[in-house]
Write a protein that binds this ligand. Sequence first.
Ligand SMILES: Cc1ncc(COP(=O)(O)O)c(C=O)c1O
Length: 351
Amino acid sequence: MKKHELTTPALLLDLDRMERNLKKMAQFFSDGPTRLRPHFKNHKCLELARRQMAGGAIGMTCATLAEAESVINAGVKSVLIANEIASQEKLARFVELSRKVDLMICVDNAGVARRLASIAKDQNVVASVLLDVDVGLHRCGVAPGCAAVPMAKAIVESGLRLRGVMGYEGHVLRKQHGSEKVRAAEQAMQLLLETKAIIEREGIPIGIVSGGGTGSYEISGRYPGVTEIQAGSYLVMDADYATVRPEFEIALTMLTTVISKTKYERVIVDAGLKSLSCERGLPPLKDVDSVSTEKLNAEHGILRIESNRDGPDVGTKIEMWVHYSDATINLHNRMYGIRNGIVEEILEITH
Ligand SMILES: Cc1ncc(COP(=O)(O)O)c(C=O)c1O
């Protein structure tokens, strides 16, 4: 089938672009010592995860327990949940999953650590955790430095296996490239490494040092002592991230159909907020002149026609660059893999 024959709105993945992104990131990490553990939450596609693993990734990073269950059921043998969980039900599911593969989760609370350890002990399972350190994002994580020691001790004393530390420098990733960004990313990694050293001085060994994303992979991924990087968005990319990461190509677009037109003024396409996130900005148009995205309603995309132009007719197919891939992909059940204008494969998205 040709891409223009697809029912719209349809999420398209340009396979050539995606493959170049895959190769570029894999090559960067191929000469180590830091390794790539790509974040699954961005594309939520088991087939793309399989290709990242085949490209040399050491395992997958996930944001939720459900994502970890999906990738483990699909055969991934090493998984980090780079996030916290707290409910008894989820802690029990985590322990159950830990029987099957090398699974780790982030912890920043002593009560959770004790409850997790207790379930693991009852089930005769060793549960592995990373101590989450707040390196400046101010989301989850304990304060860096000496302040992290009591938590590290609480983890070890509870009976959990403390595998390492994680510090996600999410506050740095979308800064423009330059010395200020390098300084900010390095400062975050330095906080993480210093915390590791302080914990180790207490006799607690720290193996894994994990952090990073698409916006910092080449800085944090070369910072001495960092062992793994969690970049995810680099694979499919989006218009927002491309402004700071031009070395990766935007591979994700939304195919839409013009359903209404007011000549010289506006056209309406059949993709709105229910198909496309505009949380970080409006999706720009691909290969269309004299028309620009004005706003998104639930099921309508409102495009403005520049003055004195007729504009595309009803029925015309228009492609929009996805502006924020993370919050767009999860709105869909599949991506259509496109090469040379032809639908080459259908890539299922897990939920
Ligand atoms: C904990 C964590 N690690 C890593 C990432 C990196 O993702 P990206 O490749 O989108 O920068 C994210 C993204 O939100 C994240 O939340």
